[in-house]
Design a binder for this molecule. Structure first.
Ligand SMILES: [Zn+2]
Length: 377
C-alpha cells in the first residue's frame, strides 16, 4: 500500500510538472505522441516549448456628433454597420485594445461632439461585439464632462464586463494595475497615460481620476506591473496633432519606457499615422513602438485623419527563462469613408482601388524605420 501510494504520488507529480508547459489535455496528447512520430528525441532544437499570444491595438475612437447622429436608430444607437468590416481583425486576437478617446457618459449627460465630447454607451457595446477586450481611457478628452462623465462611463464598462485602464472612480482603483491573464499563461499588464486634459483640471484631491504622463508615477506603475505580469504594454496619448512624425517629447517618453523594460508602446493623439520603430532599452531589449495609430473611427474629415490602422503583434514567451519578446508586428491600414450608406464607415484601405497610390505611400511611411513590418492584405 505504502509503495502504491508513493508510485501514485510520483505519477501525479510527473503529470503536474507536464501541465506547467501545456495548457490543455488535447495538446498534452499531441506532445506525448511526438517522440514516436515526427520529433527525433535526440534533436532538442526541434521541440519548441515557447508559448505565444497575439495583441491587437487600434487608435482613437473619437465620436463626433455627426457620427452618432448617423448611427441613430429607433432603438438607440448602432455603430456596428459602420465598423463591422474590421471585425475579423479585432476578434481574432488574444487581447484587443482600443483607445476610447471620448467618454461614454450616455444620454443622461447630454450627448455632444467637439469640443467637449460625450458619447452614447452603445459605442462601448459595439466595440465589445467587435472583439475589443480592453479600453484605454487616459486622453485629453477624459474630463470633457468632468468626473460625472468618467463615472458614468466606468459604470457602463463594468456593466458590460469590458476591462479599462487610465481613468478611475476611486484612488484605490487607480492604484491597481490592470493585468490581463490569458489561458496560454502569459500575463499582460496594460497601463494608460495622457499628456493632459485640454486644460480641464481634476477636482481638488482627485488627481487619480485620470492618469497623466508623469514620469515618477509611471516609473512606479511600470515596476509594479512588471512584478505582476510577464509583459507590460503602455498606452500613451501624446504628440502634436496632424504631424506625421513623433516629436521630441514622444521620443523622450518612449525612451524612458524602454529603459524601464516596457514591452511595447501604443501611441495615439496626433490623429494621423506615424512610423513604427524598435526602441532599445538600457538592458538591450527592443521595445515595439507605435508612436501614433491615427484615428480608428472618427468624424474628422480630411484625408490624413481618415487613415488609421490596426496593429497586431505576438508576444512570445520562452518557457526556459520566462522572457517575453515581441514578434511578427503586422499592420492593417484602415480608412474612414463618409461616402457610403451608413454615414461613416471604417474600411480596410486596400479595399479602395481608387486609393491605391495613397495606400502604398502609407505603407512606406509606416515601415520606413521597420522594414520587416508586414501588412495584412
Ligand atoms: Zn487626443
Amino acid at each position: 500500500m505504502g509503495l502504491f501510494l508513493r508510485v501514485l504520488s510520483l505519477s501525479i507529480l510527473f503529470l503536474t510538472a507536464g501541465c506547467g508547459l501545456l495548457d490543455s489535455n488535447e495538446e498534452m496528447k499531441t506532445v506525448t505522441k511526438q517522440p514516436t512520430s515526427t520529433v527525433d528525441p535526440q534533436d532538442k532544437s526541434s521541440i519548441d516549448f515557447s508559448k505565444e499570444i497575439s495583441i491587437t491595438a487600434i487608435g482613437d475612437v473619437l465620436i463626433h456628433d455627426r457620427v452618432y447622429e448617423a448611427a441613430e436608430t429607433s432603438e438607440g444607437y448602432n455603430f456596428m454597420p459602420m465598423m463591422e468590416q474590421t471585425e475579423s481583425y479585432l476578434e481574432s486576437s488574444t487581447i484587443t485594445i482600443a483607445n476610447q478617446e471620448t467618454m461614454i457618459g450616455g444620454e443622461e449627460l447630454g450627448l455632444s461632439g467637439y469640443p467637449a465630447f460625450n458619447s452614447p454607451v452603445e459605442i462601448g457595446n459595439n466595440l465589445k461585439e467587435l472583439g475589443v477586450d480592453v479600453v484605454t481611457l487616459a486622453n485629453n478628452h477624459t474630463l470633457d464632462k468632468g468626473t460625472r462623465g468618467i463615472n458614468n462611463a466606468i459604470e457602463h464598462w463594468e456593466k458590460i464586463d469590458m476591462k479599462y485602464t487610465g481613468a478611475y472612480q476611486s484612488k484605490e482603483a487607480s492604484e491597481e494595475i490592470l493585468v490581463h491573464d490569458t489561458k496560454e499563461g502569459i500575463r499582460v499588464a496594460i497601463l494608460s497615460y495622457t499628456y493632459g486634459t485640454n486644460g480641464v483640471k481634476a477636482p481638488d484631491g482627485k488627481s487619480y481620476v485620470v492618469n497623466r504622463i508623469e514620469l515618477d508615477k509611471m516609473a512606479q506603475d511600470i515596476e509594479k506591473a512588471k512584478e505582476q505580469s510577464d509583459a507590460v504594454l503602455l498606452s500613451l496619448h501624446f504628440g502634436d496633432q496632424y504631424e506625421p512624425y513623433p516629436n521630441q517629447f514622444q521620443k523622450d517618453v518612449v525612451q524612458f519606457a524602454a529603459d524601464r523594460g516596457v514591452t511595447a508602446v501604443i501611441g495615439h493623439h496626433p490623429h494621423v499615422l506615424q512610423p513604427l520603430e524598435w526602441v532599445e532599452g538600457k538592458d538591450g531589449h527592443k521595445m515595439l513602438t507605435a508612436y501614433s495609430l491615427g484615428n480608428f473611427f472618427s468624424g474628422q474629415e480630411s484625408f490624413e485623419k481618415r487613415v488609421g490602422g490596426i496593429l497586431t503583434f505576438n508576444l512570445k514567451m520562452d518557457n526556459s527563462d520566462d522572457n517575453v519578446e515581441v514578434v511578427k508586428p503586422r499592420f492593417k491600414v484602415t480608412y474612414v469613408t463618409s461616402a457610403r450608406e451608413h454615414g461613416y464607415e471604417v474600411i480596410p484601405m486596400d479595399d479602395f482601388p481608387s486609393l491605391k497610390e495613397e495606400y502604398e505611400a502609407k505603407k512606406k511611411h509606416l515601415a520606413q524605420w521597420m522594414p520587416e513590418l508586414e501588412f495584412m492584405e
